[in-house]
Design a protein around this ligand. Structure first.
Ligand code: GAL
Length: 470
């Protein structure tokens, strides 16, 4: 009965929605989200909602996020199934207020205030030239789809404020969480009852730990906060902590996902309250540091082992049963990988002289793609996708080269992977490990080292195999 009521509610409260948006434009209805791909809306246009958040209103899910196209700043989409997204307009643009003319707006989030019946948006405000302004800004509207009144930017209690998020508690109190002190610390502020101002700062979390991209959810008696480390557009190891109160004390950090969190950075945690169960999605941006417009989205189920222990695993595609609150997922087999150095944000890439150096992350760059194939004894051959050549340890100066395919032990590598997901590569012929070196001429390049380090020690011999599954 509860399910039938739920279906009827969704159909009538968002009535005509699919009838209009799908058939008029004739875009096929999608049944799965393909993680790490460029999402398109029901008109076939790219979804511009990075650093975004979600809100359920009038029976629909709304997705509100960054739109960096033309003079737009914040875009709004809606959906019944979290898969097919209809563009509903831009909520803020450079024309919305004089202060927004030269602004850069990041991580906008909207919550609803039951008392004032207003939708309130908080966001990160900068001027386009750099990140030195470090303010937040607020806008509000009686309608989720706008028009929004822009209320101005400021530093909460005079504190710098960059990556940010909102959290609305079950008692109606709302909190603004933002990275401060040049990204060293994270502040938690309680908002005034109308959500338009900061009431007071209630905590400074993890001084000096450089956590950002906060996303909060409440599970049972606990608040859980997922964050990333501060490395700009480059992905790093996601961590979470928990507490019985937003003011703390918060637990120690626990890792989730791979050492680059499957190449993502958190933007929010989306609870899906169904008739059967409440499920939780980790929603993240997969930024392309080489090209912002090539950034994509990743939605992954959060598996709660209990109220304070969670796990996030990779899935290639996902569909959500919003009525039941359940997911269907699919995992494709890995096609190729990028290989990241542990001690820097760089990835293995061939150099013109045939040795191996590095390049920064870019999802389009072919030279970063490697194909690993394993033999019966568990040794892998490592082929560069672009050149078709193999990683070869047979080089007198100990430098590792790319060579034509030969049936030689120097092209066979044994992988030793530690619990965190970092791997050490040991060559079958030389019995030496692959090691990243630096010199004045070549900032990062590969050698084979005589001494094999402990795989659990953070060091030059550690690499991440970042798989790509599409
Ligand atoms: C990240 C942040 C993004 C964006 C980016 C710019 O650290 O999470 O929202 O500000 O830096 O480099």
């Amino acid at each position: 009965m509860k399910i039938i009521k739920g279906v009827l509610f969704l159909l009538f409260s968002c009535y005509g929605f699919y009838g209009y948006s799908q058939s008029a434009i004739n875009m096929p209805v999608k049944n799965m989200l393909l993680n790490g791909t460029i999402f398109t809306d029901t008109q076939g246009n790219k979804v511009h909602a990075h650093g975004g958040g979600f809100l359920k209103s009038g029976g629909c899910y709304y997705w509100i996020g960054e739109n960096r196209q033309n003079n737009n700043l914040v875009a709004c989409y809606r959906s019944l199934d979290l898969i097919n997204w209809e563009f509903r307009g831009n909520l803020l643009s450079r024309n919305s207020a004089p202060e927004l003319e030269s602004a850069n707006i990041e991580r906008p989030k909207v919550i609803y205030n039951e008392e004032t019946k207003m939708f309130v948006m908080w966001m990160h405000y900068e001027l386009r030239r750099d990140y030195s302004v470090a303010r937040c800004a607020v806008a509000s509207s009686v309608n989720i789809e706008g028009p929004y009144t822009y209320l101005g930017s400021f530093r909460p209690e005079d504190n710098m404020s960059r990556d940010c998020n909102l959290f609305k508690d079950s008692d109606g109190k709302a909190y603004f969480i933002s990275t401060t002190r040049n990204n060293l610390d994270m502040n938690v502020y309680e908002l005034t009852p109308d959500y338009l101002h900061v009431k007071s700062k209630i905590a400074t979390l993890w001084p000096g730990a450089m956590r950002e991209a906060p996303a909060v959810v409440k599970k049972g008696d606990y608040y859980l906060m997922m964050t990333s480390y501060c490395t700009g557009w480059k992905p790093n190891q996601g961590k979470y902590a928990y507490s019985r109160s937003m003011a703390g004390p918060w637990s120690l950090f626990h890792n989730f996902g791979s050492p680059t969190t499957f190449d993502t950075q958190p933007t929010c945690i989306l609870p899906i309250e169904g008739a059967q169960s409440t499920s939780y999605l980790y929603v993240a941006d997969r930024w392309d540091p080489a090209e912002y417009p090539n950034s994509s989205y990743v939605f992954l189920p959060i598996i709660f082992k209990n109220d304070t222990t969670l796990e996030v695993n990779w899935v290639s595609s996902l569909s959500v049963n919003c009525i039941k609150g359940t997911f269907t997922t699919k995992i494709n087999s890995p096609q190729y990988c990028r290989i990241k150095y542990r001690l820097s944000d760089n990835y293995l890439s061939p150099q013109p002289d045939g040795t191996i150096g590095y390049k920064g992350l870019s999802y389009k760059l072919q030279t970063l793609k490697w194909i690993l194939s394993e033999d019966k004894e568990g040794y892998v051959r490592i082929k560069n996708q672009e050149s078709g050549k193999f990683l070869d340890a047979k080089n007198e100066e100990a430098k590792v080269v790319l060579a034509d395919s030969l049936n030689l032990d120097s092209q066979l590598w044994k992988l030793k992977t530690n619990q965190e997901g970092w791997s050490c590569f040991i060559n079958k012929l030389t019995r030496k490990a692959l090691q990243m070196e630096r010199s004045q001429q070549q900032p990062e390049y590969l050698i084979q080292s005589a001494e094999i380090e402990d795989v659990n020690r953070k060091g030059k011999q550690q690499f991440l195999i970042a798989w790509e599954y599409q």
